[in-house]
Ligand binder design. Structure first.
Ligand code: SAM
Length: 233
């Protein structure tokens, strides 16, 4: 039996249900992974857990699968927001992929004074998050939000949710849970005014990610690893 494939679908998943996949998932299954009738695929939708499904019809543009049994119940994953100053495309893609693998629930791009970009292709980033969730056996896909300014982020941040501000300039304690979010600055760093604005809010806690100055994407990955490694999966 070839290794089982996992696919994220928007459909409801219930025993005996039939799922009909169009392109590009049909193309992926039939032409790329050479799957056909009788082969097993695992499906998840972020709500109904993971289900074992069996291909009943396999065409290049359409694949039908019959849902056989639930293989994993839906779990409640950590509610954790990664807020990061938008980076250039390839590095933003990397942050989205790794944050999805590391278990965040929300990815919030932030526009700061020294941000290197000011817009995102949400559809493309969602596709990256979905592929990462499929690969790392998650049962949900993080939500990716439209970029907001730092001021908007702080103004609308819930007071009861602890936001770890990754601040390489201060002798802050190393990032440690519990926290509900992590804020990473741009390659050029936060401005003094931005740091002062953030520190005005009681829910903001400055944290260090170690003695070295990390690139922004490295900081996001390192910070999430510190804050989420002990979180329940
Ligand atoms: N100000 C930095 C410098 O002196 O080169 C540039 C910013 S750093 C490349 C990008 C972001 O990563 C920072 O704004 C911060 O949020 C985070 N960061 C990098 N290294 C860090 C560290 N050791 N501790 C905490 N945050 C760090």
């Amino acid at each position: 039996m070839p290794g089982s494939i996992r696919l994220f679908v928007e459909f409801e998943l219930a025993e005996g249900g039939v799922v009909s996949l169009a392109e590009p998932q049909a193309h992926y299954l039939v032409n790329v992974m050479r799957r056909g009738p009788g082969d097993e695929v695992r499906l998840f939708n972020g709500r109904d857990g993971e289900w074992q499904a069996r291909i009943s019809v396999a065409r290049r543009k359409n694949v039908e699968l019959i849902l056989e049994q639930q293989t994993r119940p839906q779990n409640v994953e950590p509610d954790f927001h990664l807020c990061f100053a938008l980076l250039k495309r390839a590095r933003t893609d990397l942050v989205v992929e790794k944050a999805s693998e590391l278990g965040v629930s929300v990815i919030q791009p932030v526009i700061t004074t020294r941000t290197q970009a000011d817009h995102v292709n949400l559809a493309r980033l969602r596709a990256i998050a979905i592929e990462a969730a499929e690969q790392c056996e998650r049962l949900m896909v993080p939500q990716i939000l439209m970029p907001v300014s730092l001021a908007e982020l702080l103004a609308h941040w819930p007071a009861e949710r602890r936001l770890m501000l990754a601040d390489e300039r201060r002798n802050a304690p190393v990032a440690a849970p519990p926290a509900g979010g992590l804020l990473i600055g741009p390659e050029g760093g936060f401005t003094d005014q931005e740091l002062d604005l953030a520190r005005l809010h009681p829910f903001v806690t400055a944290c260090s990610l170690g003695a070295r100055i990390l690139r922004a994407e490295t900081a996001a990955i390192a910070g999430l690893a510190l804050l989420l490694a002990s979180a329940p999966s």
